[in-house]
Design a protein around this ligand. Structure first.
Ligand SMILES: [Mg+2]
Length: 383
């Protein structure tokens, strides 16, 4: 079998762009992948165009060797753009391999270790009472792990001191109202400094939060090491990491307790399984990042089925959150939630089907930037 074509489909679905990649072969078998570098999709397409030059004519079954070749065939190896491109291709190659062998992708990864995949539900509101009501609705629908947050810029983290004081108070109220059994977390989207993150953690009684996601930016493991010494709250870090080497100091240093791996950015299944194994050795559970489209979700479900160390997969289909990016006539078959879990599929490949006529007629890519955020004094802060 030989690769005959690699095509990128940058499209607008629901509320964001999706970068879908199709890899075709001379046997008529094809695979689908998705890339996760949101807001820099055009750069990823450039990388895919480059990889196409030497992947056409190659054997798609040699996934591990092709991964090495894509990563190491340049002097300036690595980086988020390249591994996002590699991720989409690697996922598509696994889809092809599964279809070719007549087995689901999780079987290529060692086989499923569970039949359903637990998710954490995202619940957001702009006041604590609405947040608690929405969380109760999600718990009634089956979620036992929730990530709580704010919805609009009216509750803005761009002035961090005011924000952390308010949100810490929300979290205390939520824990009191929702009880001790539900797992609760919050995501600060790497908007705080070390001191601000420490103050946020210290404003809440022990046991208020089960995880704090990305309180600070991730360029400095040493900064996380410093923050780790100032709080007992487990951290959930890693959705931006684009290789096992970026995970390395966080795993080995004990800086994170949950690995927020993104299979569409880290380097596809090939790299994700290595990170999961490394985490397993340190008793760190996977908490995969899953904010994209149905191909990302399907890949995440297969990956999550095949690892021993799974906490929860991110999910945006709680009762008060819509998931327009998953609901599109393009995706004629996709993973469906049962309660708060995805059932592990057993058909060959990823188990996602796409209507290519609808895909080609889809709303085209919209050039869009993540918000360029500023504080009241005009200074720049993180998206
Ligand atoms: Mg996050």
């Amino acid at each position: 079998m030989k690769i005959t074509a690699i095509q990128s489909y940058p499209i607008w679905v629901g509320d964001r762009n999706q970068l879908i990649v199709k890899v075709e072969t001379d046997k008529g078998i094809y695979g689908w992948g998705e890339s996760g570098l949101s807001s820099r999709e055009l750069a990823v397409i450039g990388a895919i165009d480059h990889y196409r030059q030497f992947l056409i004519g190659r054997d798609p079954m040699l996934v591990g060797a092709l991964w090495q070749e894509m990563y190491r065939s340049q002097y300036f190896e690595g980086g988020r753009v390249l591994t996002a491109a590699m991720s989409a291709i690697d996922i598509a190659l696994h889809d092809i391999k599964g279809k070719s062998l007549g087995v689901p992708v999780h079987q290529l990864l060692g086989g499923k270790q569970r039949t359903s995949i637990p998710t954490f539900g995202c619940v957001r509101a702009d006041d604590p009472d609405t947040l608690i009501a929405s969380a109760r609705k999600a718990m009634k629908a089956g979620w036992n792990c929730l990530r709580l947050g704010w919805k609009s810029d009216d509750v803005s983290p761009y002035e961090p001191r005011a924000h952390i004081a308010e949100i810490a108070h929300w979290m205390i109220q939520a824990r009191d109202a929702l009880g001790s059994a539900v797992m609760l977390g919050v995501d600060y989207h790497h908007r705080l400094s070390v001191a601000e993150a420490a103050s946020f953690c210290q404003k809440m009684p022990r046991g208020t939060l089960d995880f704090l996601e990305e309180p600070i930016r991730d360029e400095s493991p040493e900064a996380y090491e410093a923050l780790r010494r100032m709080t007992e709250i487990p951290f959930a870090i890693g959705e931006e990491f684009s290789s096992k080497w970026q995970f390395l100091p966080y795993i080995e240093g004990g800086h994170t307790q949950f690995a927020r791996l993104d299979i569409c950015n880290v380097g596809g299944f090939t790299e994700a399984m290595k990170v999961a194994g490394w985490c397993e050795a340190h008793y760190i559970d996977m908490m995969p990042h899953n904010p994209l489209g149905p191909i990302c979700t399907a890949a995440t479900v297969h990956f999550s089925a095949a690892v021993a160390n799974l906490s929860h997969v991110e999910c945006w289909e709680t009762p008060d959150e819509d998931m327009t990016r998953q609901e599109s006539p393009i995706f004629t078959k996709r993973m469906r939630l049962v309660g708060s879990t995805y059932l592990v599929p057993d058909e060959p490949g990823l188990g996602v089907e796409i209507d290519e006529t609808a895909l080609k007629a889809a709303e085209p890519f919209r050039f869009s930037e993540m918000p360029h955020l500023r504080r009241k004094d005009g200074s720049h802060t993180n998206w």
